[in-house]
Design a protein around this ligand. Structure first.
Ligand code: SF4
Length: 343
């Protein structure tokens, strides 16, 4: 599934590799280093938990606004293992940020060696995130990745000892910053200074920090269902767990289409004969199919004599029709995988 980084596709050499998320802080890290006349490669790891379907194609291009080359590269299969069994545990939701960062740091460092760079840099800001950007956590990540003293942090370097590229005079420490805390005022000022006009809002890049996605993730993890495909399916629809089986019901037309085009595989597809959502079910006996059909009926706009007719397909072949009454909402809710309650 994943396309691994090919050394042969990267014969260009760089001074430094920046771990790049596309957010403002990592854009600033690129700009600060590029403004020192360093040749910068911004490496963006494409991971399965971005909000839309994950792209699996490696891209290498020049970003005009940043003035640096960007390498977008999908994570390898071993990334999911890291997320499933994090040594340092999960944050407030399903986000194992410390283990995830150790993984990214190690991979970025491998790439930095391949392109002849002096080290790696990040857009981290001290104290910006409670779980992974405390000083002790940042030092732990650095040490666990085997990169002690090798990471340049252009935005908050002043709170750390000089890194090796700074000691070696490749990066000019005098031109690095001392930003800390959760506010963004200083970064926004810097963005103006460096002419960065477009950047996304801080939240929204990783679904593992989303309570609803996290609930689905932990449920799938508990049932031993996490594969690359599952991580993508969890992004769409309402998910129910009934007699050990997952039932996914579309919330809009786009999701219904995505089910049919991407996730059909060996699953049952339930389609109502009136306007309403489609549903996907993994393995199912008659009771499970009827329950799934009743959930579909519950979300249909039109019912005839309180019944809805649905058609059941498998691998695009018609299997049977069912006539069902809509599920009682209170009963159905019992099986809904709900978002994590943090109260
Ligand atoms: S927010 Fe997501 S992608 Fe970012 S470090 Fe945490 S788990 Fe990894």
């Amino acid at each position: 599934m994943f396309i691994r980084f090919q050394k042969s596709t990267m014969n260009k050499k760089y001074d430094i590799v920046v771990l790049y998320s596309g957010g403002l802080d990592s854009k600033l890290a690129c700009k600060i280093l590029a403004s020192q006349n360093l040749s910068v490669l911004a490496v963006k790891f494409l991971h399965p938990f971005s909000p839309d379907l994950m792209r699996t194609k490696t891209l290498h291009y020049f970003d005009e606004q940043l003035g640096v080359d960007v390498l977008e590269i999908p994570t390898d299969d071993d990334y999911l293992e890291t997320i499933l069994h994090p040594k340092y545990g999960y944050g407030a939701n399903a986000n194992p940020c410390i283990d995830c960062k150790i993984y990214f740091f190690k991979k970025a460092f491998e790439i930095s060696r391949d392109v002849g760079a002096a080290g790696i840099a990040t857009g981290e800001v001290l104290g910006q995130r409670p779980f992974s950007q405390r000083k002790d956590a940042m030092e732990l990540i650095e040490k666990s990745a085997g990169l002690r003293g090798k990471i340049v942090r252009p935005l908050c370097a002043k709170f750390f000892k000089p890194s090796q590229p700074e000691i070696d005079g490749i990066v000019n420490r005098e031109l690095l910053y001392g930003i800390r805390g959760r506010g963004r005022k200083e970064q926004i000022e810097l963005a103006k200074k460096f002419g960065i006009r477009e950047y996304p809002s801080p939240a929204g890049g990783c679904l593992l920090t989303d309570p609803e996605y996290s609930a689905k993730f932990f449920d799938a993890r508990e049932h031993g269902e996490i594969t690359f495909e599952t991580t993508q399916l969890l992004k769409f629809g309402r998910h129910f767990r009934f007699r050990g089986r997952r039932i996914v019901v579309g919330r809009n037309r786009r999701e219904n289409e995505i089910f049919e085009k991407i996730f059909l595989n060996n699953r049952f597809l339930i389609v109502p004969s009136v306007k309403g959502p489609s549903a996907l079910v993994d393995e199912a006996d008659d009771e499970i199919l009827r329950f799934a059909a009743s959930i579909v009926a519950r979300y249909c706009r039109t019912q005839v004599n309180n019944y809805v007719e649905v058609r059941v397909f498998r691998k695009n072949s018609f299997v049977r029709s069912l006539k069902v009454a809509p599920a009682d909402p209170i009963y159905a809710e019992k099986f809904l995988i709900r978002k994590i309650d943090k109260s």
